[in-house]
Design a protein around this ligand. Structure first.
Ligand code: SF4
Length: 78
């Protein structure tokens, strides 16, 4: 289980989440930041600071953005 960055990050990339993450598992992936699901410890710190509500626990990602679960994972499987 992990937290997931979703589409509202596009065009914003506020980066507060990067500062908040205690395990440094959020990287710049171009159009958005993305979370490494293998390193994320599910602390929720990133979700709390995101100004555009782009971050969700993977169990609570809105239906229209469910594909972002794979986008986050795939970025770290390159
Ligand atoms: Fe980092 Fe915690 Fe967010 Fe996971 S939930 S990405 S560990 S701040």
């Amino acid at each position: 289980m992990a937290f997931v960055i979703t589409s509202p990050c596009i065009g914003v990339k506020d980066a507060s989440c990067v500062e908040a993450c205690p395990v440094d598992c959020i990287e710049d992936a171009g159009e958005t930041y993305l979370i490494d699901p293998n390193v994320c410890i599910d602390c929720g710190a990133c979700e709390a600071v995101c100004p555009v509500t782009a971050i969700f626990h993977e169990d609570f990602v809105p239906d229209f953005d469910r594909d972002w679960i794979d986008k986050n994972r795939a970025f770290y499987e390159r």
